[in-house]
Write a protein that binds this ligand. Structure first.
Ligand SMILES: Cc1ncc(COP(=O)(O)O)c(C=O)c1O
Length: 387
């Protein structure tokens, strides 16, 4: 009998899937659990994809990506993120997922410690595990609007710390770390000589004037920061699997070897479509953002009107992260809402210990779905006794 590897056996599983499994036995379910745009890809991107297929652009490409896309990403990073880099410091990847996994594998050795936000996208922990490293968690606190702070991060730096993972705008909290906070983190990065992976898939989904700053654009950070990004969220291209990793040139030249063995290259037609996403009309992105904004406003107002729920306004991404600690433990509340209101949400504890007391509610769904979800909650939640 063949045995599964210890590495695979012990990889932590995502608690997000667990809710979908439980939900499978319920009818008439409203799913506010999935973190995926509900829009189709833009018409111009679909055209570029079809054109590439018809033109026979279906062969292997250079491992690091087609030169035309690497150049487009280089221009995008300069134009939108203030990161001035060469095209050969960019690796085209299968979404941000592979960009992060490759970045971890390329900057750490077995036994190193990696600083991971808590709460956060659960895959960071699994990816760190696959690299044979240890996740050491730093908290994103409600009192800091869930922003990453140098103070919280520094508490966990040891002699073994090699890499810091940042994610802003944040999944699951919607927090957007400010430039001032990032400048303080940048000082810390230099002080302890850390590599940084800055995971920025929600950079364009911003509300109430929040500003996204890439830590890679801050003075002196080009020697430390690997910026990971994707077409998945901004361009609703989750299934096309195109993203990138940009970082210090000498390291990136060697990191390419990881992709060479794993997949040779990213799907060729999808790479051509990504050029259109980055360089074509951005009006569809604006349309999606205005819909997310309207949905966020409905959800935020509705949640804060319910007894026992306090929700900070998400500054970015498409998630609300209400504090439900007055109602109970997050897993228990999520299961209660599923049972009594047929509503799928994700317990905050699925994103780390610091997520306990919160739920993640995704608003990448139709307004009507959100309104129905709020009505169902209003019918099951009773006024709490006054303190
Ligand atoms: C914070 C974060 N990083 C990375 C990813 C992965 O995105 P991709 O589809 O580009 O692999 C996600 C997807 O949900 C995410 O929320």
């Amino acid at each position: 009998m063949v045995k599964v590897s210890k590495r695979c056996e012990t990889r932590p599983a995502s608690g997000i899937r667990k809710m979908s499994v439980i939900a499978a036995s319920y009818a008439n379910v409203l799913n506010l659990g999935i973190g995926e745009p509900d829009f189709n890809i833009g018409g111009n991107v679909a055209e570029a994809l079809k054109k590439a297929v018809d033109a026979g652009k279906n062969k292997y490409t250079p491992t690091a990506g087609i030169p035309e896309l690497r150049a487009a990403v280089m221009r995008k990073l300069k134009r939108e993120n203030g990161i001035d880099c060469d095209a050969d410091s960019i690796l085209i990847t299968h979404g941000a997922s592979e960009a992060i996994q490759t970045g971890i594998l390329g900057t750490t050795d077995v036994g190193d410690e990696v600083l991971v936000p808590d709460p956060a996208w659960p895959n960071y922990q699994g990816q760190v595990h696959m690299a044979g490293c240890k996740s050491v968690f730093y908290s994103l606190l409600e009192k800091d609007r869930f922003h990453a702070t140098a103070e919280e991060i520094e508490k966990h730096v040891t002699l073994k710390t090699r890499l810091l993972i940042l994610n802003s705008p944040s999944n699951p909290t919607g927090g957007v770390t400010t430039k001032k906070e990032l400048l303080e983190i940048a000082q810390l990065v230099k002080k302890y000589n850390l590599a940084v992976i800055s995971d920025e898939p929600y950079e364009k989904l911003l509300y109430d004037g929040a500003e996204h700053v890439s830590i890679g654009s801050l003075p002196g950070m080009e020697d430390y920061v690997f910026t990971a990004n994707t077409c998945s969220k901004t361009y609703a291209m989750t299934g096309l699997r195109v993203g990138y990793l940009q970082g210090p040139k000498d390291v990136m030249a060697k990191i390419v070897k990881i992709q060479e063995g794993a997949s040779s290259c990213v799907n060729a037609p999808a790479q051509w479509a990504a050029i259109e996403a980055f360089e074509g009309s951005q009006s569809y992105v604006g349309e999606m953002l205005s819909q997310y904004t309207a949905r966020r406003d409905i959800l935020l107002k509705g949640l804060n009107a319910l007894p026992g729920i306090d929700c900070l306004a998400p500054e970015g991404a498409f998630y609300a992260f209400p504090n439900i600690s007055k109602l109970g433990k997050s897993q228990q509340v999520a299961e209660d809402w599923l049972k009594r209101a047929q509503l799928i949400t994700i317990p905050g504890s699925a994103f780390g210990e610091a997520g306990e007391g919160f739920l993640r509610i995704c608003f990448a769904v139709a307004e009507a779905t959100l309104k129905e979800a709020l009505a169902r909650l209003a019918s099951i939640l009773e006024e709490l006794p006054a303190k």
